[in-house]
Design a protein around this ligand. Structure first.
Ligand code: A2P
Length: 338
């Protein structure tokens, strides 16, 4: 008989927590038991899993007895506070927050890129930043073939990356603006409806914001390429749940767009969407709900045979978060499949 696993989700009521439940249903993940955890605000509520209502319990140190996999999606503070207790209780923690990503003893994994790093885990595995994960799936196959020296990337990031409240704000603010009312930013620092703005994380001393620095550091860590130059500009746009990225690569050797297309066509986790005659390329509405990352708009940099431009869209809540986390668990239990 095949084994089933006791799963805990810390942050089960949040945008990523809800998506984790849906992905496990969709993948028929062998979950025998689910422990749903959130803050005091949610105790007494239920979450739905495989047609059943599961009561939400309080996230605390003693909530992890008997748990095999604990998915954390309740923010970095909660991960720092409670993940060590989950590991001590014997669970493998797959952490969606930034708390442990750059810890050298913690593998940071996108399975299509560096599943091999999972062998090093000591109970804790970090799930990357959503923009970094989506970028890495799209450019890794090119890196393997031709070595990327430099990546210039501009993002078009959806509201979902800032949580369920931010998605609700995009909806209500759009209605307010259309009906002639003043937009009142609450979850975001600026108006999100019919606007765009530089990513809402703090600007660090190097002039890049935290999201941009995560893209740089995490891409280098997953690629085992500490020297790779990554120059990101992260922008929040009024899209609900898929991030898009405009990318310019400088490679070690020349590569024609035809070769890049051929490589990407058979790359795991990628769907090539590159139909110039129909002017059809990756779009966030098409990437939403998809496990694969859409890649297309592949062009040569004018006058530079080693320069390649492309456009990527990927579901922030899926490959950028919940699906990547469940995929890591699938790799660990040996059921990873397309
Ligand atoms: P709750 O719904 O009880 O606030 P999102 O990213 O969509 O905002 O979701 C955040 C998730 O993290 C929610 O499930 C939320 O639970 C949970 N969370 C936030 N703060 C805490 C906390 N102090 N303790 C436990 N869970 C928390």
């Amino acid at each position: 008989m095949s084994r089933s696993y006791h799963i805990a989700i810390a942050g089960a009521t949040g945008a990523v927590g809800q998506e984790l439940l849906r992905v496990m249903e969709r993948r028929r993940f062998p979950a025998g038991k689910l422990t749903a955890l959130a803050s005091e605000r949610s105790v007494g509520r239920t979450v739905e899993f495989r047609g059943e209502k599961v009561p939400v319990g309080l996230l605390r140190d003693d909530a992890f007895a008997g748990v095999d996999f604990a998915f954390f999606s309740a923010g970095a503070t909660r991960s720092r506070q409670y993940a060590p207790a989950a590991v001590r209780a014997g669970a493998v923690v797959i952490d969606n927050s930034s708390a442990f990503r750059m810890d050298t003893s913690v593998p940071l994994v996108v399975p299509e890129v560096n599943a091999g790093d999972l062998a090093e885990h000591k109970g804790l595995i970090a799930n990357p930043n959503c923009s970094a994960a989506i970028l890495c799936v799209g450019i890794w196959p090119i890196h393997r073939a031709a070595g990327i020296r430099r990546v210039v990337v501009s993002t078009y990031q959806s509201a979902s990356g800032a949580g369920a409240r931010a998605m609700a704000e995009l909806e209500s603010q759009s209605r307010d603006v259309l009906e002639g009312r003043q937009a009142k930013p609450e979850a975001f620092p600026h108006q999100i409806a019919f606007n765009l703005f530089s990513h809402n994380t703090r600007i660090a001393e190097n002039g890049y914001n935290e999201e941009e620095n995560k893209m740089v550091e995490e891409t280098r860590k997953m690629f085992h390429a500490p020297e790779m130059v990554v120059v990101p500009t992260c922008i929040r746009v009024p899209v609900f749940r898929a991030h898009s990225e405009s990318v310019l690569l400088e490679l070690e050797r020349p590569m024609r767009p035809e070769e890049a297309r051929e490589i990407l066509e058979s790359a795991p986790g990628v769907r090539l969407v590159d139909d110039a005659s129909a002017n059809r390329f990756p779009m966030p509405v098409e990437a939403s709900g998809e496990l694969d990352v859409l890649v297309g708009r592949i062009r040569q940099e004018p006058g530079n045979p080693r320069g390649l431009a492309m456009f990527i869209s990927g579901d922030q809540l899926l490959k950028g978060a919940a699906w990547n986390a469940v995929q890591i668990a699938e790799c660990l239990i040996g059921t990873a499949r397309a």
